[in-house]
Ligand binder design. Structure first.
Ligand code: CAA
Ligand code: NAI
Length: 696
């Protein structure tokens, strides 16, 4: 074995030259990999003994893509396209042998070889769209020539990978092998023995002709299908255009066009935000004072208290990963109801073809419902999800302290109560932690893991780890009212309510925030959740718009009238002039001058306080880093990922501008709500951003 670079080795076995990539953790196409590939190919070409080349990787995966850390910097030669050209133009057959994931530039590299084999667990994808870009090394041209245009559109524009069976069926790989080294060499020897031709994907035109004949159906149909899901994103349409260009241009012209679009996207704000977010999500898993070497507690059996909206969804997460759950309810009837809801959820998933009936039964079989808390005695982790009531939660934690075995983790799913106070109801506050799931808990990826004053480090490490294992994105936060997500949301709600009293139309506020990229605006969201959540009829005294709406019989979508009126059949919403009048009358009664409020001002008044609250959260040490706040808002509240999250967005607007505008609002209204937090003011006045800040 010869080292070509510090990331690539070279070896000859019989007539096969092996180019072996070893660039942990994911064999990204860093400079050393590209240089090694080019050098290895030249060596193999020059060696008369060599009749075929095998490209193969060490470690956990084949090449998982370009090295994202190199993006935005000048590319050091050789570039990926140079390496790819060297492969495609090699005079000896090149085989890529794939295990783990062949993603992005990794799959493009594989498609520049003449043949591909993969192990049965391998996955293949062009996920660039998730980073706000497109495959910039021929992926938009080679992939459709192999798997067909409809499949390539789906793979590039949605970005999800496919498995080996599908790759084999679609022609993306030529054979499934047991082992990439042994199987790869055997396959290469077979090519030599059979004198198989150099198969260049660029020369395959059958799929291109097929697509030309069905162009409208394929492309217009696809655009319609994905319109809702990709609203606001630039990269999906650019991917489609690059793929479609293959029908009108020569292969090389289409490659140029792909590269041009790639460059434009790469320099754009959306991709910068999406790449930032990729690393933000991975960073969130790291807790400075809880290193990866911290011991883990064993979690084999889970208990959940409460089988309502949250308890049911939380339990499903564990069952989905094969972990048994004992669910405790106060009454058998509630248990029966909760289990009915869980089963219905699973059956709906099965109907959509995302799980089999056997899997439904398997998951249901892992859930055991009881009304006696004693059944939790041998659980390793107990998650409480009963009503949001401090006395009840304290009573429950005191009894869990008596019942559950020592060393178990006791978690609460409270959305706003003080985790320290709950922990103090036990004799083991070090074992108590918050695990704040979001609704619907079986679907939403965000999990705020709430660290109490006394929570032990191994409890934190175990909770973060198990959260990842059940498919969540955990973010560690400290104790405060509403934690990070809801605390910031509250600021937006306050301002949304204020601004409509000043004369902004509530549907304009919703539209502006929807156009910004949120799934819906605050008023549509209130209607969806139900205006009467937390509303007490007896105590209601027309103190705010919500109370007045509830008093007038408006409950939101559930009874067809809220801020909007809803069509009984189609659920289509329309603004309600009566509600506008109610708001205007209430504003006048409060002595508020009403005026036109422009779109920019709506955004500033709704979003700047969120950025400011994020700054306070950092000052108080409730979140570890600005990007953690962004991960929470992108995953839990639909902040458009192409704007990075409130803190990244704040940086892109400029903290000086935000603080300046807040000071203007403060001077104008005399309301200290608008006073920039100490951290925001400090950064703004120094011309800095949140990305310059770190705790300490
Ligand atoms: N470049 C640089 N670093 C990368 C990377 C990449 N392409 N992919 C992953 N990493 C790093 C991660 O940041 C992480 O680092 P830390 O441990 O320091 O946090 C480490 O590798 C492990 O990553 P994960 O925690 O995500 O590990 P995983 O096992 O859960 O997932 C994976 C592995 C499926 C490969 C996942 O990392 C992933 O999806 N990576 C991105 C793949 C991608 O988008 N590729 C396309 C790149 S763009 C491109 O290729 C453009 C082009 O056409 C030229
Ligand atoms: P829910 O009312 O749907 O369910 C609560 C369940 O707890 C009920 O089925 C009830 O019978 C059961 N319960 C009450 N006392 C009990 C006891 N002593 N023993 C066993 N079971 C008991 O409420 P939901 O929405 O599931 O909320 C539960 C917790 O999750 C609350 O703390 C809430 O703040 C929190 N939460 C709720 C979210 C939501 O969107 N609904 C989001 C995140 C957290």
């Amino acid at each position: 074995m010869t080292a070509l670079t510090d990331m690539v080795d070279y070896e000859v076995r019989g007539e096969v030259a092996l180019i072996v990539i070893d660039n942990p953790p994911v064999n990204a196409l860093s400079h050393g990999v590209r240089a090694g590939m080019v050098e290895g190919l030249a060596k193999a070409e020059a060696d008369e003994q060599v009749a075929a080349v095998l490209l193969v990787c060490k470690g956990r995966t084949f090449i998982a893509g370009a090295d994202i850390t190199e993006f935005g910097k000048p590319m050091k030669a050789p570039g990926l396209n140079e390496a790819i050209e060297a492969m495609e133009n090699a005079t000896k057959p090149v085989v890529a042998a794939i295990h783990g994931t062949a993603l992005g530039g990794g799959l493009e590299t594989a498609m520049a070889s003449h043949y591909r084999v993969g192990v049965s667990s391998a996955r293949f994808g062009q996920p660039e769209v998730k980073l706000g870009i497109l495959p910039g090394a021929g992926g938009t041209q080679r992939l459709p020539r192999l798997v067909g245009y409809p499949k390539a559109l789906e793979m590039c524009v949605i970005g999800n990978p496919i498995g080996a069976a599908e790759a084999l069926e679609g022609g993306l790989i030529d054979e499934v092998v047991d082992d990439v080294f042994e199987g790869g060499v055997t396959f290469a020897e077979k090519l030599i023995a059979e004198d198989r031709p150099l198969k260049k994907i660029r020369d395959l035109d059958e799929r291109v002709n097929e697509a030309r004949a069905n162009r409208k159906e394929i492309f217009d149909g696809f655009r319609r299908k994905i319109a809702r899901r990709t609203r606001g994103f630039e990269a999906p349409e650019a991917n489609i255009r690059a793929i479609e260009a293959g029908l009108d241009m020569s292969f090389d012209e289409a490659l140029d066009y792909e590269r041009q679009l790639f460059g434009e996207l790469m320099a754009g704000k959306q991709s910068i935000a999406q790449r930032y977010y990729f690393f933000a999500e991975r960073e969130a898993a790291k807790v400075p004072d809880v290193p990866r070497t911290t011991p883990l507690r064993k979690i084999e059996k889970v208990g959940v208290l409460g089988c309502g909206t949250m308890g049911g969804g939380i339990s499903m997460n564990f069952a989905n990963r094969g972990i048994g759950v004992t669910i405790v309810e106060a009454e058998q009837s509630r248990l029966d109801h909760g289990f009915g809801v869980i089963r219905k959820n699973y059956e709906r998933t099965a109907k959509r073809g995302r799980m089999t009936n056997e899997q439904v039964d398997q998951c249901m079989g892992l859930l055991q419902g009881v009304t006696d808390r004693e059944a939790l005695a041998d659980c390793d982790l107990v998650i409480e999800a009963v009503f949001e009531n401090m006395d009840l939660k304290k009573e429950i934690f005191a009894s869990l302290d008596r019942i559950v075995k020592p060393g178990a983790i006791l978690a609460t799913n409270t959305s706003a109560l003080d985790v320290n106070e709950i922990a103090a109801a036990t004799s083991r506050p070090e074992d108590v932690i918050g695990m704040h799931f979001f609704s619907p808990a079986n679907i939403m990826r965000l999990l705020e893991v709430v660290r109490g004053e006394k929570t032990a480090k191994d409890v934190i490490h175990t909770s973060m780890t198990i959260s990842k294992q059940i498919g969540k994105v955990p973010v560690l936060v400290g104790v405060c009212r509403g934690f990070v997500g809801n605390r910031i949301l509250f600021q937006r709600q306050v301002q949304a309510q204020q601004i409509i009293l000043k004369g902004a139309k509530y549907y304009d506020v919703d539209r502006v925030l929807y156009d910004f990229g949120f799934p819906m605006g605050p008023f549509a969201m209130s209607d969806l959740a139900g205006l009467d959540i937390g509303w007490n009829e007896k105590e209601s005294a027309s103190r705010d718009i919500r109370e007045i709406l509830c008093e007038s019989g408006r409950r939101g979508q559930k009874n067809g009238r809220g801020y909007y009126v809803y069509d009984a059949e189609t659920r289509a919403s329309a603004p309600d002039p009566e509600v506008l009048q109610i708001i205007s009358d209430f504003g006048s009664a409060q002595g508020i001058d009403q005026r036109e409020v422009g779109e920019d001002e709506i955004l500033e008044r709704c979003l700047y306080p969120m950025v400011n609250e994020g700054a306070k959260i950092l000052e108080e040490g409730i979140a570890i880093r600005p990007s953690d706040i962004d991960v929470i808002w992108v995953n839990g509240y639909g902040w458009p990922v192409y704007r990075g999250g409130p803190m990244h967005w704040g940086d892109s607007v400029g903290l000086g501008k935000i603080a300046g505008r807040m000071r203007e609002f403060q001077a104008e209204s005399g309301d200290d709500f608008w006073q920039p937090s100490a951290l925001l003011a400090e950064l703004a006045d120094a011309g800095k951003s949140f990305s310059d800040w770190s705790a300490g």
